[in-house]
Design a protein around this ligand. Structure first.
Ligand code: TXA
Ligand code: MG
Length: 318
């Protein structure tokens, strides 16, 4: 049985023994291990069934820790960190030799983030090492946004989930790196492009597999329910074409006709994008448990967090 608890000292004790603990963050739950323990890091990859070519994000609690991991902290990166940390921003920086290659998939960069969750920040302050933490789901499955989601995935094989409640933002961090003088967004996420550009001006977006073979987390099929999932513009037509099927709808708002389907889940009754992001994975987990023939998601407006949500929905579909 996996322990689900708020006991930070217990979580710290487990991590110090080179075991894993799932930790809450404001984006999604992470599967955490000591970055300097090869044993712990190998367990992360094994438990997730994640390929070793896919690097992990290192989680820290203070700005000073950046210099333990990165050879330099460029001004643009610092500006972003000052604006968004603690928060849903991952910075890709040139790595120090001390950062194990297993974490960075032999790249010369390391992904670093300071999460905004008081329990996890307090846990990190109790440790004398940072933790690596990918999302706490089996490879390509839907990311967990509650302790129960994590328990459903790993009950028995994981020692503990540190229970921090619902993840407030609900989708993963925005990942940003630097190529020559350019600021590059490798993964759309919880912080919108609009918010990023308001701090540092124009950015280049390389949020897909073709353009960013070096950001393997952006594999095309990812964040996927077990139920066949479709992202459509015309829901009425899709339902008509699939009469007789058990369909679950994932709708952006209540602003629509009454559809004759098995289940309707709303991301936000009022069409609020931040609320939609925070509910996205929870709604997908719920629909995925109903034994439906298909999940049909409605495309969101393509701006602000709507862009990030559409990105996750695209990757969840066949
Ligand atoms: O919000 C989040 O970022 C969550 C929470 C737990 O912090 N973590 C998360 O981790 O989403 P994960 O492993 O599911 O996704 C990490 C992404 C992957 O796409 C990986 O390829 C990319 O980060 N990444 C990590 N290090 C990188 C590096 N050095 N260069 C390029 N991409 C990197
Ligand atoms: Mg993930």
């Amino acid at each position: 049985m996996t322990l689900v608890s708020k006991d930070i000292l217990k979580a710290a004790e487990i991590l110090k023994r080179e075991e894993l603990v799932a930790i809450p963050t404001e984006t999604v739950y992470g599967l955490a291990g000591n970055i300097y323990s090869e044993t712990a890091i190998k367990k992360i990859f094994e438990m997730k069934k994640r390929p070793f070519f896919n690097p992990l994000i290192v989680h820290i609690h203070s700005m000073e820790q950046v210099m333990e991991l990165a050879v330099n902290f460029p001004d643009k990166a610092k500006e972003l960190a000052q604006a968004f940390w603690p928060g849903s921003l991952t910075l890709i920086l040139p790595k120090k030799n001390e950062v194990p290659d297993l974490i960075t998939a032999r790249k010369d960069t390391v992904g670093i983030r300071m999460p905004q969750h008081e329990l996890t920040l307090e846990l990190l302050r109790n440790l004398d090492f940072p933790v690596a933490a990918p999302s706490a789901n089996p490879f390509t499955h839907i990311s967990p946004t509650t302790a129960q989601h994590v328990k459903n995935y790993f009950d028995g094989s994981l020692e503990m989930v540190l229970d921090g409640g619902n993840c407030e933002n609900g989708i993963e961090s925005t990942i940003i790196g630097f190529e020559n003088e350019k600021t590059v967004v490798y993964r759309l996420g919880s912080i919108s492009l609009e918010d990023i550009t308001s701090i540092i001006g124009p950015v280049t977006v390389k949020n897909n597999k073709e353009q960013a073979p070096n950001a393997p987390g952006m594999l095309e099929k990812h964040y996927a329910p077990r139920t066949a999932t479709y992202l459509v513009d015309d829901i009425i037509e899709f339902i008509a074409l699939h009469a007789g099927k058990k369909i679950g709808l994932l709708l952006h708002s209540t602003d629509h006709p009454d559809y004759a389907v098995t289940q309707v889940n709303y991301l936000s009754k009022t069409g609020h994008l931040k609320e939609a992001a925070s509910r996205l994975y929870n709604a997908m987990h719920e629909l995925d448990q109903l034994d439906l023939d298909m999940i049909v998601a409605q495309r969101l407006p393509d701006h602000d967090l709507g862009k990030s949500i559409n990105d996750r929905l695209k990757r969840a579909t066949k």
